[in-house]
Design a protein around this ligand. Structure first.
Ligand SMILES: [Zn+2]
Ligand SMILES: [Zn+2]
Length: 232
């Protein structure tokens, strides 16, 4: 893993990543994966000298199935509190009222819930923009709507690193906004991008990526910002 802090493990999940943020003999998770990741997660924790009881919190960037699919199982295994934006609960409940072309996203999620025997989940620690969570030396909640209404990033000032969730996707040399078909309020992407430009983190880690390199993803983010919101 290049450039990222030593106490961060970005575990590839079925679609995105589960981030394990280690603090001594405990950790917090950002997102949960959705299919077949729990065995690998358990092995990774045990390599780090930890077990399920070491997970003290689960932070959700948003409520899409690929990020929250294992939530109920993980809460059962770890007893951890779940932090997320209240607007995401409706996604966890599988009741978001998708409209227009966005309905495809709803259908795919419905199918995914069936296939993965999704059990739902509950945000018991609602977060809001600017709140600093007492993990990993302080993680600031950055509300970044666009992909979903309650989509949030988490910013570590100590490491100058933003966990950006699905603010953008980065595969090989392709960097792009999440497809609008999977985004509930794309008209809000621009304000979220401006917010990250102001925050100016030196490293960014999106959920969907290959070859983890936070500085490279920061450059990818800038390119997407230029291409989509600065070309006029
Ligand atoms: Zn998503
Ligand atoms: Zn995703």
């Amino acid at each position: 893993m290049k450039n990222l802090p030593d106490n961060l493990y970005s575990l590839p999940a079925f679609l995105g990543h589960i981030n394990i943020l280690v603090e001594g003999d405990e950790c917090v998770l950002i997102d949960t994966g959705m299919l077949g990741e729990l065995g690998r997660l358990k092995r990774q924790l045990s390599k780090l000298g930890m077990d399920w009881a070491s997970v003290k919190a689960i932070l959700l960037t948003h409520g899409h199935l690929d990020h929250a699919g294992n939530l109920a199982k993980l809460v059962r295994l770890t007893g951890a509190a779940v932090y997320g934006h209240t607007e995401e609960q409706i996604h966890l409940d599988g009741e978001f009222p998708y409209r227009g072309y966005n309905r495809v996203c709803g259908w795919l999620e419905g199918l995914g819930r069936f296939v993965t025997r999704y059990e739902g989940g509950f945000i018991d620690q609602p977060v809001e923009d600017g709140q600093v969570l007492p993990f990993w030396g302080g993680l600031e909640v950055i509300h970044l709507p666009g992909h979903t209404r309650g989509h949030c990033g988490f910013y570590s000032r100590k490491h100058d690193l933003l966990f950006a969730g699905d603010l953008f996707l980065s595969y090989f040399c392709f960097h792009y906004l999440p497809p609008f078909i999977f985004s509930n309020c794309p008209e809000r992407f621009e304000e979220s991008y401006e917010k990250v430009i102001k925050l100016n983190p030196s490293q960014i880690l999106p959920s969907h990526h290959i070859f983890t390199d936070g500085h490279k993803f920061r450059r990818s983010f800038d390119k997407i910002w230029q291409r989509n919101f600065r070309s006029q």
